[in-house]
Design a protein around this ligand. Structure first.
Ligand code: FAD
Ligand code: MG
Ligand code: MG
Ligand code: MG
Ligand code: MG
Length: 551
């Protein structure tokens, strides 16, 4: 709300400026946004729409709160409760932003156009295709489910990426239960039908398995007493453990809890083929084996969308796996195109690539050596431009870079310390080991959308006042600070009203109290008061009446 208030003020200013300068006012630059997920929606919510002509294109006319998707699969939360129409979000901003419900299928960066296709509309040719020009393009199309080309997955498995997927899973779970009760089935067939397999032991797969277990034990067991003992849930994971992105304590707790709950964990198994009634997996020790199953959910990670792969080939990124941007989220080698969220990977600049320049920059007196004071003067800039330096110092439990330099030099007094370029290189040699790709999470996507929207507002400013109103990082001579991700922690709901939380500073909490923390944070993160009210009332309804088992 504060942001939209600020936007109004800026709008009034822009109108006043325009009036002063008219008649020849330049038209507003066109910003085209692809996608209305976490990244795109956050960008749209925060962009100053008085400064740009903003057009949003997405095949879905709503934003979906993905962290609650696993709850939708078992009816804990209703699908309508976690989506917000994009037009509502736009209207709140004053309605200047345009939205087209269509899918982009080609980007032409040379002529600055995107090719789109609507699956509902028809144009004169009847194919629903149209072209949109841009001055700036923001790609926020997310990722697709990755099957690793495993045969049979697309045909026989469910994915859990979209709201429709969650709805299909729910229907399919109920189908399995109804089918398993039919009179003319033998025991084997009933067992097969009630075998639920989750492929992938990441946060999504684990949360779905936990949801399903709760649904079965809390609600369905009462309604299907004759077959409740035949139900089996299996989680297949290629790695040695589940939830490896979390602290070991959380991953161990989850494994133990699943064991107690009777969820079978098959770690070290890789699914190699799926047919309509069996899943074939491979294990280093036991070789290949097939198990009958009734329903399977595939959740093994994400891949790049085909039209983004085409675009990457066009701009010379054909050998990469995801669209690469710099730390200002600009697509590499492609002017005026930005990429945020799951569709992009931000490559972090390495200290070693720039070490000569850093040295020269720090050596203010051109002596060819750096003193402690010279290093200290540029410390802040180094840490802003190269966040890995700070991470490295933290991992070594050092307070600043001078300690690092001192440690590399051995027993020298701080005041007497002077470094030549080779010694400086040696001191920072391992720092780049801390460079990591950002995770594909809503947290990253939203922060990138927000950051980019702020850059756009300032870009306009700095065009008019070239020095720019904000701080210039001396080192890179950039008007904007590079994007930096702030990690606020992560949850792993494990079922039975228990959640594992890993918060910054390695603060870990597992159990019922973190479940309440989870409820309150997820309620507070809802995009609107409407969805917040709906989600909370869904939870309350579930507490009182249980989940709905109708199809
Ligand atoms: P998305 O949110 O996927 O949005 C992509 C948008 O682009 C969509 O609107 C889509 O319709 C649109 N689009 C697709 N193709 C085109 C096209 N050709 N042209 C135009 N538009 C297109 N993250 C967390 O941080 N915490 C969690 O608890 C969490 N839980 C999750 C649970 C599940 C089940 C899933 C699937 C994900 C979860 N995530 C979570 C991850 C998080 O949802 C993603 O990281 C996030 O959605 C990425 O945002 P995005 O904007 O890049 O992509
Ligand atoms: Mg998006
Ligand atoms: Mg989303
Ligand atoms: Mg990303
Ligand atoms: Mg010097």
């Amino acid at each position: 709300f504060a942001a939209s208030g600020g936007g109004l003020v800026a709008y009034a200013d822009a109108r006043a400026d325009a009036a002063a300068e008219s008649p020849g006012v330049a038209p507003k630059k066109k910003v085209v946004v692809l996608g209305t997920g976490w990244a795109g929606t956050t960008f749209v919510k925060n962009i100053d729409s008085s400064l740009y002509d903003v057009q949003v294109i997405s095949p879905r006319n709503y934003f979906a709160f993905t962290p609650l998707l696993p709850s939708v699969t078992c009816g804990t939360v209703e699908p309508r409760s976690i989506v917000e129409p994009i037009r509502k979000i736009i209207t709140k901003k004053g309605g200047e932003i345009k939205f087209w419900e269509a899918e982009c299928f080609k980007i032409d960066p040379e002529n600055k156009k995107v090719y789109c296709r609507s699956n509902i509309g028809t144009n004169l040719e009847g194919n629903g295709e149209f072209l949109v020009d841009y001055d700036y393009l923001v790609i926020a199309v997310g990722a697709r489910a990755n099957t690793f080309n495993t045969p049979g997955v697309v045909e026989h498995c469910h994915f859990l990426k979209e709201v429709e997927d969650a709805q299909k899973i729910r229907r399919s779970v109920m189908d399995c239960f109804e089918r398993a009760t039919l009179p003319d089935l033998d025991e084997e067939e009933r067992k097969r039908t009630l075998h639920f397999v989750v492929v992938g032991g990441g946060p999504t797969g684990v949360e779905f398995a936990a949801e399903l277990h709760d649904f079965v034990s809390e609600d369905l067991a009462k309604l299907y007493p004759t077959i409740q003992d035949l139900v089996k849930i299996t989680v297949v994971e290629h790695g040695e453990h589940i939830l490896t992105m979390f602290d070991k304590r959380i991953s161990r707790f989850a494994e133990e809890k699943f064991q107690r709950d009777g969820i079978e964990l098959k770690t070290g198994f890789k699914v190699v083929k799926v047919s309509d009634k069996t899943i074939t997996m491979e294990n280093a020790l036991h070789g290949e084996s097939s198990v009958p199953y009734g329903m399977a959910v595939w959740s093994t990670g994400i891949g790049t969308r085909p039209f983004i792969l085409d675009f990457m080939k066009q701009i010379g990124q054909g050998n990469r796996r995801a669209l690469a941007t710099d730390e200002w989220l600009r697509v590499r080698e492609c002017e005026d195109v930005y990429a945020i969220g799951d569709c992009a990977t931000m490559s972090q600049r390495k200290v070693m690539e720039d070490i000569m320049e850093i040295f020269r920059f720090a050596d203010k007196d051109n002596s060819g050596t750096l003193t402690v004071k010279e290093i200290q003067d540029v410390l802040e800039d180094i840490c802003i431009r190269y966040p890995q330096v700070e991470l490295y110092l933290k991992s070594k439990q050092m307070s600043d870079i001078v300690d690092l330099v001192k440690a590399s030099k051995g027993d020298v007094k701080k005041e007497a310390l002077e470094l030549n370029i080779e010694e400086f290189k040696n001191a920072l040699a391992d720092v780049d080991s801390q460079v990591k790709n950002l995770p594909a999470t809503a947290q990253v996507a939203a922060q990138q959308g927000n950051y980019l929207a702020r850059c756009f507002s300032r870009m306009k400013d700095s065009e008019e006042k070239p020095e720019g109103p904000q701080r210039i990082t001396k080192m890179g001579r950039h008007r904007f600070l590079p994007f930096r991700y702030k990690h606020f922690g992560q949850f792993a709901p494990l079922g039975g009203e228990q959640t594992a939380a890993q918060l910054p500073g390695d603060w870990i909490s597992i159990g019922h109290s973190s479940q309440w923390l989870w409820y309150s944070i997820y309620a507070s993160k809802q995009v609107s008061w409407r969805t917040r009210a709906l989600v909370i009332s869904d939870w309350t309804r579930r507490f009182i009446f249980g989940r709905d088992s109708s199809r």
